[in-house]
Design a protein around this ligand. Sequence first.
Ligand SMILES: Nc1ncnc2c1ncn2[C@@H]1O[C@H](COP(=O)(O)OP(=O)(O)OP(=O)(O)O)[C@@H](O)[C@H]1O
Length: 311
Amino acid sequence: MIQTRALTKDFVVNRKTTVHAVRGISLDIAPGELVAVLGPNGAGKTTTLRMLTTLIAPTSGTATVAGHDVATAAAEVRRQIGYVGQGNGAGHIHRVGDELRTQGRIYGLDRRSAARRTDELLEALDLTELRDRKVSDLSGGQRRRLDVAIGLVHAPRLLFLDEPSTGLDPQNRANLWQHILRMREEHRMTIVLTTHYLDEADTMAERVVVVDHGEVIADDTARALKAKLAGDRLILTGDLPLLAKAAAALPGARDITETTDTLELRVSDGPAALPELVAAVPGAVRTAEIQRPTLDDVFLSLTGRNLREHS
Ligand SMILES: Nc1ncnc2c1ncn2[C@@H]1O[C@H](COP(=O)(O)OP(=O)(O)OP(=O)(O)O)[C@@H](O)[C@H]1O
């Protein structure tokens, strides 16, 4: 569904400064995949999405989206895709139903089809009761659902969502996701989204592409990334000097850190390593906790930096 090869975007800011926003991304995304692109601020996520949706031209490299080249067949690409950007796409003064119908007409639907599609989408995204409300009067969550509805007006095979749930409270996020996943199920859509929410990428996406400084630094299922790159964290209290010594001697132990009252270390298999450690220094462990890794741990192990949640 999407194939990029060495996709690159430089922004020439002035004669002295060029921002290398995307540095040679090569990706293959199959039909029906749900892919989350994760990365810190400024990593190049939006720029990548904007190239794939033909909003900006690549500096070099190629991208084929839904069978068409973004550089030479932008109109064909646009017909096949839906794009929900970070800003709100809907006009403020319009009413919800009118806005959807107008968008349908812009995409070439006849009057009757546009009206039918509007009804379908209002129903699907739980907006029917709001059809006569002005867009400017909607809440953040309702607004975002309308944005998604607009992105779906022409029944695209491929949907791009740029931070669909940023700024929404947890209940609205869950609600929006429920709608997106149902639409995906019903229409077998391919979905590519960017997000800052690690838990969202973890639970919703089957595949996580981690981007940093314009490059893909990891690409796999969340489960595989966590198992491969992060491992479990052991948090121990007790006789810290003894524990530190035992931890240092434990095969495969890394990131050993001592706080005022804990000793923490990372191991690939926590449940296996803990009894080994306890046996090595009998009586030294008072309490022990095994923390499963998060995608933040994955990012930390890849870059040495934290990928903090922006909520
Ligand atoms: N039009 C532009 N002109 C100059 N620099 C730009 C332009 N658009 C983006 N950039 C720069 O390119 C880099 C990548 O930006 P991009 O918006 O793709 O990041 P992002 O990963 O989507 O970040 P965020 O999570 O904050 O949305 C940043 O350094 C940004 O400042």
